[in-house]
Design a protein around this ligand. Structure first.
Ligand code: IPD
Ligand code: CA
Ligand code: CA
Ligand code: CA
Length: 266
C-alpha cells in the first residue's frame, strides 16, 4: 500500500498526538477536566493533542485551513484545503479509563473529503483512506460487511448525552431499529464507529447531533471500503447536517427506512 506524502503527514501527526494521549491515559486521574456543557467534558489531554496535530499539519502545509474541536478555526490562505480534526474522539471513554478513543483527521479539498486518518493509540489500530485509493486498517485493505439483511446485522449507534440532542426522538428510532436487527452497540467514539463499519465489524451505524470533526475522516473510510454513508435523512451532506447513517448499500438503505418508520398510532 503506497501512501501519498500528504497522507503520511496526517499519519505522523496522528502518531505524535497518539503518543501524548497514551501518556495522559496512563495518568488520567491527574488530568485537569472541565465541562463545556452538561455531560460534555474536555481535558488537558484533548487540548494538548490538538495543539500537536495543528503544529504538525500547519508546519507541513502552512496555507491550509484548520478546523479542530478544541480551538478557533484557522482560515487557510490557499482557499481550497482544510484539515478537519478531532484530537480525541471518545473523551468520555478516555476519562473513564476505557481504551476506546481515537485521533481523527480528515483533509477537505474544494469541499470534499479526500484524505482520512483514524488512529486508536490504545490498540495501535491505524485506519487510513485516500479518495480513489481504498481504505486500510494498518496494511490490510478494508471492505464493508456483506450481510444484506438487518436481521443478521450488528448496528452501532450514538446515544445523545445529557444536554444534547432530542432524547425522545432518539428513543423512538432506537426502538424501531432494535426490533429489526441482530444486535446494537454503543461504544462511544463516532470516528471508530465509522472505522468499524469500514472494517466490516459493524454492519451499519447511525447517529445524529454530531460535528464535522466526528465524522469527516470516517465517512471517507466507509466510502473507500465500498460502503454508503449519507445523512440520516438521506442527503449527501452528513458533515453539514451533523448526522450519518451508513453500511453497505443494502444495510444503509434499510436502516434509513427503519429509522424513519412512522410511529404507530395507539
Ligand atoms: C463524541 C463521541 C461520541 C458521540 C458524541 C461525540 P468527543 O465525541 O464521538 O461517540 O456520541 O456525540 O461528541 O466529544 O468524545 O470527541
Ligand atoms: Ca468533545
Ligand atoms: Ca468527537
Ligand atoms: Ca473530541
Amino acid at each position: 500500500m503506497a501512501r501519498s506524502a500528504l497522507l503520511n503527514v496526517m499519519v505522523q501527526a496522528a502518531f505524535k498526538a497518539g503518543k501524548s494521549l497514551a501518556r495522559d491515559f496512563g495518568e488520567v486521574q491527574n488530568l485537569q477536566v472541565s465541562l463545556k456543557g452538561p455531560g460534555d467534558y474536555v481535558s488537558q489531554a484533548d487540548r494538548k493533542a490538538e495543539r500537536i496535530i495543528r503544529e504538525e499539519l500547519l508546519k507541513a502545509r502552512p496555507t491550509y485551513g484548520f478546523l479542530g474541536e478544541e480551538g478557533e478555526e484557522i482560515k487557510g490562505t490557499d482557499g481550497a484545503h482544510r484539515w478537519i480534526v478531532d484530537p480525541l474522539d471518545g473523551t468520555t471513554n478516555f476519562l473513564h479509563g476505557i481504551p476506546h478513543f481515537a485521533v481523527s483527521i480528515g483533509l477537505e479539498r474544494q469541499g470534499e473529503i479526500v484524505g482520512a486518518v483514524v488512529f486508536n493509540p490504545a490498540t495501535d489500530e491505524l485506519y487510513t483512506a485516500e479518495k480513489g485509493g481504498g481504505a486500510f486498517l494498518n496494511d490490510r485493505r478494508l471492505r464493508v460487511g456483506a450481510r444484506k439483511n438487518l436481521s443478521d446485522a450488528v448496528i452501532a449507534t450514538g446515544t445523545p448525552h445529557l444536554g444534547r440532542g432530542n432524547h425522545g426522538k432518539y428513543l423512538i428510532e432506537l426502538r424501531h431499529v432494535m426490533g429489526e436487527v441482530a444486535g446494537i452497540r454503543r461504544f462511544g467514539s463516532a470516528s471508530l464507529d465509522l472505522a468499524y463499519v469500514a472494517a466490516g465489524r459493524y454492519d451499519g451505524y447511525w447517529e445524529r447531533d454530531l460535528a464535522a470533526w466526528d465524522i469527516a475522516a470516517g465517512i471517507l473510510l466507509i466510502r473507500e471500503a465500498g460502503g454508503w454513508a449519507t445523512d440520516v435523512d438521506g442527503g449527501s451532506k452528513p458533515l453539514e447536517d451533523g448526522s450519518v447513517v451508513c453500511g453497505n448499500e443494502y444495510i444503509a438503505k434499510a436502516l434509513r427506512e427503519v429509522i424513519h418508520r412512522p410511529v404507530p398510532a395507539k
